[in-house]
Design a protein around this ligand. Structure first.
Ligand code: FES
Length: 107
């Protein structure tokens, strides 16, 4: 690991996440959703801020994820709530691809 790599952890292989898809991964004791939006990667907490549902079981439409339980929607780029019943934004994480691996940065 070189300088600047601190805090980055491998969470998936690049081949595990297809274009336009979302998957749930575990890192640092947290459940995190990673998204491929037209080849661009994003990461947020996987648990909806409204109640208890995994966003990785929801529907990704462009850069918007819809919760499978009560249909709150969030912007996966910023974590911002777009539609109720959720009122609290999602936490987001820096994400990058290194060779065939997907890494996120935990704090
Ligand atoms: S748990 Fe996600 S909208 Fe209710």
């Amino acid at each position: 690991m070189s300088e600047g790599d601190e805090g980055w952890v491998r969470v998936a292989g690049r081949g595990d996440l297809a274009a336009g898809e979302v998957i749930g991964v575990e890192a640092g004791g947290r459940s995190i959703a990673i998204y491929d939006c037209d080849g661009e990667l994003f990461a947020t907490d996987n648990i909806c801020t409204h109640a208890y549902a995994c966003l990785s079981d929801g529907w990704l439409d462009g850069t918007m994820i819809e919760c499978p339980l009560h249909a709150a929607r969030f912007d996966v780029r910023t974590g911002q709530v777009l539609d109720p019943p959720a009122t609290e934004d999602l936490k987001t994480y820096p994400i990058r691809q290194v060779d065939a691996a997907i890494l996120i940065k935990l704090d």
